[in-house]
Every structure is written in C-alpha cells, then in structure tokens.
Design a protein around this ligand. Structure first.
Ligand code: RNT
Ligand code: ZN
Length: 422
C-alpha cells in the first residue's frame, strides 16, 4: 500500500536526484500531461463492435485469442469499462472508436449507411467525460471483405462500397472534431492482401491509390479532422502480399500531406519504429503511433515497458515532436482482465514517455557533440536506474488515481463485483 507521505518523500528524493543531472521533474510532468493516449475501444470487446448482438471479429488478418469473462457486450458496458480505465490513469486521455461501435439501436445499418447520428451518444459521452475522440473506418468483418480485399479490390462494386464507407467516416469524424473542439484523427487501415503469390500487386496498388484519391476529394478543416494512413507488413492469411505496405503509405502521405500511422507490430521484428520517427518527420507534419507489442508476429499483445516503446518515446521527445506525434494504443488480448490490459498498456506508455522526458538530454548532447561517447553511453546507462517510478507515483497521487501496485487490487475487486456478473 502506498501511503501519501511515502509517495511525496519518494518524489522529493527523485526531484533532487534528477536536478543533479540538470533535469526538472515538475516540468517533465507538465509535459507528460500533454501526452494524450487514445485508448482503443476494441480491447474491451475483442474487436466485435455493435452491429448485431453477436458481432465478432472475422478475417482482416487479425485475431483475438482468449476467453476471459467480462467482455463488454453493449455500448453502456463499453462506456462503463472505459470510464473505469480512465479512473485508473493519471491525466486526461482520448477514446479511439471504430465504425462498428455505433449506436445502431437494433437496426441493420450497413457500413455504407453509417451517419453522424449513430455516434452522437459517444460524442455526448465524450463531452461529459471531457475527452477527445478519434475514429476509424472498419474494413473487415464484412462479407465484402471476405476475399481479403476492400479499397484495392478488383471487384468494382466492393471497391465502391468501401470508398463510400470511408468517405462517411471522414464526414462523421469531422463532426466529432467540431463538436468536441479537438481534431478527430480518422485512421484508415485496410487488410488488403493475399495469402499466396500475387502477380498484380501493381494493379491493386493503382486501385488503392485511386480509391484514396476519391476518398480525399472532400476537403475538411484540419481543426476538426486529421486523416491518417496505416501500413502493414503482413496479416494472418495474407502472408505473401500486402497492398498497403509502408512504402506505399509513406509515399502517399508525403505527396498528399496526410498523417502516417506506425503500428509497432507491423514491421520486421528487428526493425525499430523509434528510429523511423525522426526520418518520417523530415517530410511529414504529423505521425500517429499505434503502440503495440508483436510477439513473433503482429500478435497485438498488451503493451509493456520494453525497449521498443522506450525508444519510441525517447525519439519523440528528443526530436522535440510531442506536438506532432499522436499516441494511440492498439492491441487486443482476451486472455486476461480486459480493463487490466488497458491500464497496464497505458501506464507502460506513460512511463516510457515520462522516462524519456526525464532524460538528461542536455548533458547527453554535450557528450555527443564533443565526441565523448563513453560518457554518453555511461550516462544513458545511469539514467536507466534513476527513480522515474517515484515521479510517476507522485503524478498518480496528484491526479488522485492509485499509485504503484495499488491499481492491481482495484481491478481485481472490480472484476469480482462487475465483470464476473456480465
Ligand atoms: C491491424 C491494424 C489496425 C487494427 C484496428 C482494429 O493490423 O493494426 O490498426 O488493429 O483497426
Ligand atoms: Zn494498428
């Protein structure tokens, strides 16, 4: 049990320790407050959505495994879960919605029919909670995506259907952003690809280019809507070819001034997303990060505080790019308490950003500039064991959320009271 006094005295010690390295902990916490994490609504219900009472994830090259009790089955339950998650996180976050999570009121509303009214209850909820919303078209779990292609399909009817869907998501997203007074990022990810060798990648990519060009014909105010594009290496059942590869979207985003989304599970296992940030930011205004953890493949494991996430945070902070890099979570684990999965991942992400903000960067740069590379390496090592956990506990305390390990019990209690009875 963390008592208040212990947290405060831990913080005082940490503040002095960091000050000795030329780092201001209060300033770091002020900056951390600006890192809003967009919580992915789809962890709460295993990417099912609310189109029908038994909607579930199908195809798309992604998969959820596990059967832990307590999955959110209604919008009310999903809202309840997100509120619980937010009550265990210091600072204000955002919520990231997929188009299949609309409030369809028991009616069959196909993807090319969605409208603002289906998301008004979410906007009202967000307004009340004082959080921003982000949005995503859903180009999977649908008969017209069954053959593995959507915006790049050879089938003109399917392509038109998905173009209409994505256009509508932009229209909804711009209104979300307008009503909430904070831009809504609409992130486009499509599963298009094939299990086996394809001889017309080029045609698929031409079609995808045309579809995107058509989708982006309407211009909306960037104060309300930001368009983002997410590439991928491969998917389950789409191992041989992915139409929307990174090169494709990087080039498209640069040419068309869009946001590029880097999902940390979408690269070769030894590639570092952290390394890509300052490269892409030379030519793009903004990036979106899907913080995730691939294990052997794009498995969407719960985010933990590992080297990959730390490098992402460090590179964002070192590039002075906190305003240009948007942070979202993306994973789906149904094998553990789902609320716990959110809190572990969101806290790990915050800890990564906090430790990056506490880096003795001025001194490290001095060493680097003067070629003192032993000193640089040593200080990087020293920084790793500095008490950033004590700073985070204090951040929790002042935000009135459980510090340290205290959230574990709170989630376990909530599971017994609420989740088990669903
Ligand atoms: C899939 C992408 C995408 C999805 C969500 C559900 O590989 O990462 O972001 O996870 O749209
Ligand atoms: Zn993603």
């Amino acid at each position: 049990m963390k008592n208040e006094e212990a947290v405060v005295s831990g913080y005082n010690y940490a503040r002095e320790t960091y000050a000795a390295l030329g780092v201001d902990t209060d300033e770091a916490l002020r900056k951390l407050d600006q890192v809003k994490i967009s919580l992915h609504c789809w962890q709460a219900d295993d990417v099912g959505g609310f189109e029908t009472p038994d909607s579930k994830l199908e195809g798309g090259g992604i998969q959820v495994t596990g059967n832990f009790p307590g999955r959110a089955r209604t919008i009310a339950q999903l809202m309840e879960d997100i509120e619980k998650v937010m009550s265990l996180l210091p600072g204000k976050q955002r919520l990231n919605l997929h188009a299949i999570y609309g409030d369809f009121g028991g009616e069959k509303v196909d993807r090319d029919q969605i409208e603002l009214k289906h998301f008004q209850s979410w906007i009202d909820w967000a307004k009340k909670a004082g959080v921003g919303l982000d949005f995503n078209p859903t180009c999977f779990s649908h008969p017209f995506a069954e053959d593995g292609f959507t915006l790049s399909s050879f089938h003109e009817g399917h392509r038109k259907f998905w173009i209409e869907h994505v256009k509508r998501t932009r229209k909804i997203a711009v209104e979300i952003g307008r009503q909430l007074g904070t831009p809504c990022i609409n992130n486009i990810w499509i599963p298009d690809g094939s299990k086996d060798l394809s001889v017309d990648r080029n045609l698929h990519r031409e079609l995808l280019t045309q579809s995107l060009d058509e989708i982006f014909v309407e211009e909306y105010s960037p104060l309300h809507l930001k368009d983002s594009l997410e590439g991928k290496l491969f998917g389950l059942g789409a191992e041989a070819m992915t139409v929307g590869s990174h090169e494709f979207y990087l080039a498209y985003a640069v040419k068309n001034r869009k946001i590029l989304c880097y999902d940390m599970g979408h690269f070769h296992p030894t590639e570092q997303v952290g390394d890509k940030i300052s490269a892409a930011l030379q030519f793009l205004d903004e990036l979106l990060l899907h913080i995730s953890r691939g294990v052997h493949w794009d498995s969407d494991h719960v985010v933990i505080l590992n080297d990959d996430v730390q490098l992402v945070a460090q590179e964002t902070v070192r590039a002075n790019a906190l305003q240009r890099v948007h942070v979202a979570l993306d994973y789906f684990d149904a094998s553990i308490n789902r609320i716990g999965a959110y809190v572990v991942g969101a806290r790990a992400t915050q800890l990564a950003f906090l430790s990056a903000l506490l880096e003795p960067i001025a001194r490290l740069r001095e060493f680097e500039e003067s070629g003192r590379n032993f000193e640089r390496l040593a200080l990087l090592e020293v920084a790793k064991s500095k008490p950033f956990g004590a700073v985070y506990d204090y951040y929790c305390l002042v935000n009135d959320v459980p510090a340290g390990e205290d959230y574990i019990k709170e989630i376990a209690d909530h599971e017994k009271r609420i989740l088990i009875n669903r």
